[in-house]
Ligand binder design. Structure first.
Ligand code: ATP
Length: 373
């Protein structure tokens, strides 16, 4: 397994009427045995980055290293990697066992040995009973598992996977995620994985690189990108339901928020005397008079009786989410999301109070979006 490094990667496509900068200034250092996921919205450059790492695209600028080898000029087939992409490419004329064993055949492994290994990985992925069939006789989900089995049948320098769970139903996705994680943990593989599903990224990854508009916004453990986002984009993209962000202004050493509809909140470091509070005070006191954004996850807000919380709001909609209820409330033109443990006693279209856990706010630069505190 290899360490993979990407230095100053840039990929520009020629498109009718101009250029499309798909990826710009991307830097990654993925240690061997790391499971790194590229996560971000559609079109942010995840697939392009992965394809450059794989050798399926030539970077416009930048270098890709596997350990100390500069593989940038090498073709994909010269890089000793295993790939699973969205569009499954099984050989239709071969039985599944031969599809799975194919990477071993290419390397000259004897038939008995490669079939034994293929059966082993088919068992791991719970498709052991299907190996005598042809791909056309399988469901999409089963074919996907055969493709993953083929990828893990040998030990390459790295695994590169682009949305390999696409097309599987929700239940199978959960099973496959668990299987993939187990196989990867047991065999200490380097994996670069692409998904737009944060649930998948959170569950599988050692590290997540959050991408936006061709660039990397933050690389960190799942917990870091969730709890310590570098900026407003990461804060709002990671975490479900999405963080509430409000325009605010620093006045002296406090933060004033005017939500409209007569609802105002003032946050002051004097509200408590904790260390984090003191740090925040120093972080924002030099910005008196400037515009900032303040963010609260829906988990940091709770519903209380009208006039008993920090603000009042009209409850518009309650969306049951299993253990919790996601509540949408309106203050003037602003929508506020609250994750309540139980909103069953509260009627829609009534005014309720919202209590804010002031300790869990995030403060962002109003213009740049970078995290201040
Ligand atoms: P998705 O999650 O939708 O697959 P992505 O994050 O993987 O998106 P990319 O497929 O890497 O994004 O695309 C990044 C940008 O580059 C997009 O704006 C896309 O339109 C553009 N792009 C990708 N491939 C090409 C190409 N072959 N020619 C022109 N533009 C391209």
């Amino acid at each position: 397994m290899s360490r993979i490094r990407v230095n100053n990667l840039r990929k520009v496509y020629d498109v009718p009427g101009g250029e499309e900068i798909a990826v710009d200034n991307v830097n990654l250092d993925i240690s061997n045995t790391d499971f790194l996921t590229l996560l971000g919205p559609s079109g942010c450059g995840k697939t392009t980055t992965l394809r450059c790492i794989a050798g399926l695209e030539t970077p416009t600028e930048g270098t890709v290293y596997y350990d100390d080898d500069d593989v940038t000029p090498k073709l994909a087939q010269e890089r000793d990697i295993s790939m699973v992409f969205q569009e499954i490419a099984l050989y239709p004329h071969m039985k599944c066992i031969d599809n799975i064993a194919y990477p071993l055949k290419v390397r000259g492994v004897s038939k008995d040995e490669r079939h034994e290994r293929a059966r082993e990985v088919a068992e791991i992925l719970e498709v052991g009973g299907l190996v005598k069939k042809h791909p056309a006789e399988l469901s999409g989900g089963q074919r996907q598992r055969i493709a993953i089995a083929r990828a893990i049948v040998r030990e390459p320098r790295a695994f590169l996977m682009d949305e390999p769970m696409t097309g599987l139903d929700e239940k199978l996705k959960v099973v496959m995620r668990k299987e993939l994680k187990r196989v990867v943990n047991e065999t200490n593989q380097t994996v670069v994985y692409v998904t737009h599903s944060q649930q998948e990224a959170m569950m599988l990854s050692d590290h997540i690189a959050v991408m936006n508009e061709g660039q990397i916004e933050q690389v960190g453990s799942p917990n870091e990108v969730y709890s310590e986002p570098n900026n407003r984009f990461v804060a709002t993209f990671v975490g479900m339901p999405e963080m509430n962000i409000w325009d605010a202004r620093v006045a002296g050493d406090s933060i004033k928020v005017d939500l409209g509809g007569g609802q105002r909140i003032e946050f002051s470091p004097r509200d408590d005397a904790s260390d984090s509070s003191r740090k925040r005070k120093t972080a924002w006191s030099s910005r008196s008079g400037s515009d900032i954004d303040i963010g609260f996850r829906p988990q940091a807000l709770s519903l209380v009786q009208r006039e008993q919380g920090d603000i009042n709001a009209e409850l518009r909609l309650v969306e049951p989410m299993g253990e919790n209820d996601l509540c949408y409330l309106d203050v003037g033109n602003l929508e506020i999301r609250v994750l309540a443990s139980d909103a069953s006693g509260v009627e829609e279209h009534t005014t309720v109070g919202i209590d804010i856990d002031r300790q869990s706010g995030y403060v962002f630069d109003g213009e740049l979006g970078s995290t201040i505190a």
